[in-house]
Design a protein around this ligand. Structure first.
Ligand code: COI
Length: 329
């Protein structure tokens, strides 16, 4: 079984070698991201293994198909960067690779605390040797956190928040009655109106695009904080900027923003980035922006590598692949 792995990072190499042997793969490892100009290298491969920083377009899938590729597996949870329907239509299966939800959950909580305690301006001020007092923080035991999306990550945020003594509200499209000891299940509007912090844990799909827009922000509590460690397109940038400028929202923690896909995981040193909304948000002292690193822990990276190699091997061997997305083809 042959697999080409694109966008390989240093931390992944030993894991790919170890799990490659374990699951019987002959691996070709490439540091480049999967793009049209390196599609030819996938010729003769059974599986193409990708990350999410480029789009796996119909044109790219056609090239993979011509080269005999049977499956594209993404070592990510989200697969909205892959045109799954098109892949399946041309006979390519698609898989993902879930990983430790604590990676993203703990980072979301870290961002909540950093925004509440004004850590961004404090660090900037410290760098300028200004050690004067200031920046009055807020304490979690006095606050209500609303978790939007109670999948594996949202549930872990709730579990890990328990020790902080805050009130925890939760909303999920399909109600999670099993979490009634952990979160107070409420309707979305109620969550938005009662939460001091709203943390997003939804997948990106057409239904969740701009889930937080002008109307949703209008329903939010005055002075609330928005945390997005999920996907950029969940939040309408202009609506968020307006809400921060007017003071309707008191801060935001953004590990992602709408438009980040072709910016993050790249080096723009000494270059101008033509993304004004990113520049406006990043200039705000109460907006903490980080480059989509919530997932990046030793445990999660190991899970991503292992599960992508395990799932694809199961698929090719005709076994049940627990991480197949879309159709068996
Ligand atoms: C995902 O797994 O969906 C992520 O967000 C992590 C990815 C950017 C590597």
């Amino acid at each position: 079984m042959k697999m080409i792995v694109y966008a390989v990072e240093v931390a992944e190499r030993p894991l790919l070698e170890r799990y490659g042997k374990q699951f019987g793969w002959e691996l070709t490892l490439l540091a480049e991201k999967p793009e049209q100009n390196n599609a030819a290298q996938a010729e003769g491969m059974d599986v193409v293994n990708v990350l999410s920083s480029t789009y796996i377009t119909p044109k790219l899938l056609d090239a993979y198909r011509t080269g005999g590729v049977k499956m594209v597996v993404s070592r990510t949870v989200g697969v909205e960067h892959i045109d799954v329907a098109y892949a399946n239509a041309v006979g390519i299966a698609v898989g993902n690779a879930p990983y430790s939800p604590a990676s993203v959950a703990d980072y979301a909580i870290m961002m909540m605390l950093m925004v509440l305690r004004h850590i961004k301006p404090m660090l900037l001020r410290y760098a300028g040797q200004d050690y004067t007092a200031g920046y009055l923080g807020r304490e979690l035991p006095n606050l209500t956190v609303g978790i939007v999306g109670l999948g594996r990550i949202g549930e872990t945020v709730a579990r890990h928040l328990q020790g902080f003594g805050c009130r925890i509200l939760g909303w999920n499209r399909t109600p999670r009655a099993d979490l009634s000891d952990l979160v107070e299940a409420v309707e979305l509007d109620e969550l938005l109106s009662r939460s001091d912090i709203v943390s997003l844990h939804l997948t990106a799909c057409p239904e969740t695009e701009h889930f937080i827009d002008v109307a949703a922000i209008e329903k939010m509590k005055d002075g609330a904080v928005l945390i997005n460690t999920a996907r950029g397109p969940l939040v309408n940038n202009s609506a968020l900027i307006d809400a921060l400028e007017s003071g309707k929202l008191s801060g935001a923690g953004l590990d992602v923003f709408d438009g980040d896909r072709l910016i993050y995981y790249r080096d723009f040193k000494n270059q101008l980035i033509a993304q004004r909304q990113m520049a406006i948000l990043n200039a705000m002292p109460n907006v903490l922006m980080l480059p989509h690193m919530a997932y990046y822990t030793d445990q999660a990276v190991e899970d991503m590598v292992r599960n992508s190699l395990d799932g694809a091997a199961r698929y090719l061997n005709g076994e049940e692949d627990p991480w197949l997305i879309g159709e068996k083809v």
